[in-house]
Design a protein around this ligand. Structure first.
Ligand SMILES: [Fe+2]
Ligand SMILES: [Fe+2]
Length: 398
């Protein structure tokens, strides 16, 4: 069926082709999911995000929640490692107002780029009929930087809501203490990314549909460990890789400083997620439940790996022109900068899945097939602090 539609596509008007391309991508997500339980738990989020596009074209979105708040009447310390993280988090609080906001930023200045110039390969683009002239290449780089930063901002709002939810739901008292510091951290991250976008980049994009699906799925799932897995391991893990990529490649000093602080907070958040899930996955889940989490994590990884393709930038620049969504997808997938970006996103994520027991021999071939096998032996969050991570990023030239 999909092949027949594919063959007919070129004979249709441009606008219909675009809608069809989106529809086929959505259909591909549903048909590609192997585990029916994972499909069931993500289906309504996928409809809201990909079909209704609920994160777009409106100022507010209501997401349904159904988790339970767990009260702990013992109050005593019950998790020494979480307590240590809580102490570190209290010491490491910082004030976003004190960043050097007086720095003047020109996002079109090629001497102080926000993101690497090869994020999109303009030579390859020419072959696809995308010809940029005059200041358009730098304006395109500006669009891509603003798009990335906007997705960071939307992800941070997701983290703010999710960290409040997991603070309610987590059984450990030390987890609740620690979780409260994370809520504050995430509020600060929303604050600084929004301020940077508004005052410095001067441009903002709506949430990417696939990111919306992931956030909607974990916010509306009633199981606390799925919230932890989705936010603390998947979204935060991917974000940590993405922030590292931008920290390494940007030449804009205010953005670099901002990311330096955010990365140190995020390293703690992912560490917390690993601590909370390690014990739970190994001791409290049945094998079927563990396998379901493993498949859920893989589907989320794929959503980000294959479909985080800056279509919002495409829609702004090329919707309704001869440049098709398929051309754009080809360009983004093949451009060296975006290739490095997608790769680096997973350097932090995959080792953490291993650490919590969600990278068994059963699922490893699927990761290898998705090109993510090279991260199997990387360092997990428990082996790498935020400071060490920054040192490594400073040492590796990009
Ligand atoms: Fe954050
Ligand atoms: Fe975070």
């Amino acid at each position: 069926m999909l092949q027949v539609v594919e063959q007919m596509r070129h004979h249709l008007p441009l606008k219909v082709q675009e809608r069809l391309d989106r529809w086929m991508e959505t259909a591909g997500i549903f048909t590609g999911m192997q585990n029916p339980k994972v499909l069931g738990s993500m289906a309504s989020s996928a409809v809201r995000g990909l079909v209704l596009r609920s994160g777009k074209h409106q100022h507010q979105t209501l997401m349904p929640c159904s988790h339970e708040a767990l009260f702990n009447w013992d109050y005593g310390h019950d998790h020494p490692e979480m307590l240590r993280l809580y102490e570190r988090a209290k010491e490491a609080q910082w004030n976003g107002s004190n960043l050097p906001w007086q720095t003047s930023v020109d996002p079109l200045n090629p001497e102080r780029i926000l993101v690497p110039l090869d994020l999109l390969d303009l030579d390859y683009a020419r072959g696809l009929g995308i010809i940029l002239k005059g200041d358009e290449p730098m304006r395109m780089v500006h669009s891509m930087a603003s798009w990335l930063l906007s997705q960071f901002l939307h992800g941070e709002q997701g983290a703010l809501m999710a960290s409040a939810q997991v603070t309610e739901a987590v059984p450990f008292m030390d987890g609740k203490y620690y979780g409260a510091t994370q809520v504050m951290d995430e509020a600060r991250h929303v604050e600084v990314f929004y301020r940077y976008l508004r005052e410095k980049a001067g441009k903002m994009y709506q949430i990417n549909d696939n990111l919306f699906v992931i956030i909607d799925a974990l916010i509306s799932d009633s199981r606390w460990d799925i919230k932890f897995l989705g936010m603390q391991i998947m979204v935060e893990g991917l974000a940590l890789g993405a922030f590292g990529f931008m920290y390494q490649s940007t030449q804009e000093p205010l953005l670099k400083e901002l990311l330096k602080y955010v990365i140190q907070d995020e390293a703690r958040h992912v560490h917390y997620g690993v601590l909370a899930l390690q014990h739970h996955v190994h001791n409290e889940l049945s094998e079927a439940e563990r396998a379901e989490r493993e498949d859920w994590a893989f589907e989320v990884a794929l959503l980000m790996r294959n479909r985080f393709l800056a279509y919002e930038v495409y829609e702004e620049w090329f919707a309704g022109t001869r440049v098709t969504r398929a051309n754009w997808r080809d360009l983004v997938t093949r451009s060296p900068g975006m290739h490095r970006f997608r790769k680096i996103m997973f350097t932090r994520l995959v080792p953490n899945l291993r650490e919590i027991g969600l990278l068994s021999e059963r699922i490893r071939p699927a990761y290898v097939q998705a090109g993510l096998g090279l991260f199997f032996n990387g360092k997990s969050a428990t082996e790498l602090s935020g400071e060490q991570m920054l040192r490594e990023l400073d040492q590796q030239a990009i």
